[in-house]
Design a protein around this ligand. Structure first.
Ligand code: BGC
Length: 399
């Protein structure tokens, strides 16, 4: 079942006054806007600070894009750019309270547009759409009509096509509420864009909560039936900034089955039990423990034991720093990808070289190629319906 709700309301309320104030002052200069009108009835009568913004440089076509910083009372900070809705950094504490950046990325927009980056196509931290993951042969049939997408991954279409939501400029509205600071990103994907049908109105809200979680709310409506599968493609390395690989991280995935794939990573349709295989993460295992038994490394979709409502999707623990990450979602699947295609050609923030397994992704999602797999949960959004899905990445420490 696709996570659809008839109501277009988001779980977060974005005070209109604050939004307007933020939009008006959203220029390239670094600024902090203070909310003049925190809700009088709120328990937090203290003034709520707004996210700050600064220039993130100019895109190759000369458009200036912004970098927004969301912060909470514990000093946790998330930076997000309106280019591709990319999460570029996330500073979270280790077991000694030391903040460290746990996200792979670049210091400015040119890093995300360099020829090497475009060639490698790792989608660091980006919003992915319309369809996260692969669609076989770049084709699907809907209401009797065949649609053709760009084949940008061997014979298949991956992550929305040649210019997916990771490469477009989103309209950004910073806000602040009792939940924490947030950034609302909006984009209208035109009928026919990248071969997909229907004008799709998409809104994604990143909220940094006071309990050190980054919540991502995805909402969309369409005027023609279309496949949709939105996700975020952050690469995590809880051992601060990817100086080391992620093989020592211990991962738990509450999933008894995974979608078996062919040589081009398209599901065969079989949901195979993980028991007795290197795919069994129902109890914690270091990523590196059995990765050599998986040709190419992990790059698969796990079928979460719970498919509806908010449920656990993954837990990660990094023993040297004590950092933990808990992922919850209302999606039925999660793509666990261990940065197998990173090869050291990309140099990120502070000159860090991103080699093989420098980061891992936990992409909450519907299953790959669902538009061509009638037995998989539905990914077709119809006019009159509202797509709404929420995933949360919560950070902590274990001492
Ligand atoms: C895919 C990988 C791909 C990576 C970067 C992941 O979601 O499963 O196969 O290499 O994205 O494009």
């Amino acid at each position: 079942m696709i996570s659809l709700r008839r109501s277009g309301l988001l779980a977060v309320t974005l005070p209109g006054l604050l939004l307007l104030a933020a939009c008006g002052s959203n220029n390239s200069a670094e600024h902090t806007t203070t909310a003049a009108s925190a809700p009088a009835d709120s328990a937090q009568t203290k003034t709520t600070a707004m996210p700050t913004s600064a220039s993130f440089g100019k895109t190759t076509d000369g458009t200036e894009v912004q970098l927004f910083t969301l912060a909470n009372a514990s000093g946790v900070k998330a930076t997000i750019t309106n280019y591709g809705g990319i999460l570029t950094s996330l500073l979270v504490p280790d077991k000694d309270g030391k903040l460290g950046d746990v996200i792979l990325g670049f210091d400015n927009v040119s890093g995300y547009q360099s020829p090497e980056y475009q060639k490698a196509g790792p989608y660091f931290g980006a919003l992915i759409g319309r369809y996260g993951n692969r669609i076989k042969g770049g084709k699907f049939t809907l209401d009797g009509k065949e649609y053709t997408l760009a084949k940008n991954n061997g014979p298949n279409s991956l992550h929305g096509g040649l210019k997916g939501f990771d490469k477009v400029i989103w309209q950004a509205e910073p806000a602040s509420s009792a939940d924490g600071q947030s950034l609302k990103l909006s984009y209208v994907s035109k009928d026919g864009e990248e071969g997909y049908p229907g004008n799709l109105n998409v809104t994604v809200v990143y909220t940094l909560t006071n309990d050190n979680a980054l919540r991502i709310d995805y909402t969309a409506t369409t005027d023609k039936a279309t496949p949709i599968n939105l996700t975020n493609h952050a690469y995590f390395n809880l051992n601060h900034g990817a100086g080391k690989d992620i093989l020592g991280h211990e991962v738990t995935l509450p999933a008894d089955r995974y979608t078996v794939v062919d040589a081009t990573l398209i599901p065969t349709g079989e949901l195979r039990p993980v028991k007795g295989t290197p795919f069994d993460f129902t109890t914690p295992h270091a990523i590196g423990e059995r990765i050599a038994q998986v040709p190419g490394g992990y790059d698969h979709n796990w079928v979460l034991n719970t498919a509806t409502g908010s449920h656990a999707a993954a837990t990660v623990y990094e023993p040297t720093t004590g950092r933990t990450l808990e992922v919850t979602t209302d999606e039925p699947g999660i793509q666990f990808y261990t940065g197998n295609f990173l090869d050291g050609t990309l140099k990120g923030k502070g000159g860090t070289v991103y080699g093989k397994h420098a980061g891992f992704c936990l992409e909450t999602q519907h299953f790959p190629d669902s538009p061509n797999q009638p037995k998989f949960p539905n990914t077709i959004l119809k006019p009159g319906e509202t797509y709404h899905t929420v995933s949360t990445y919560k950070f902590g420490v274990r001492k």
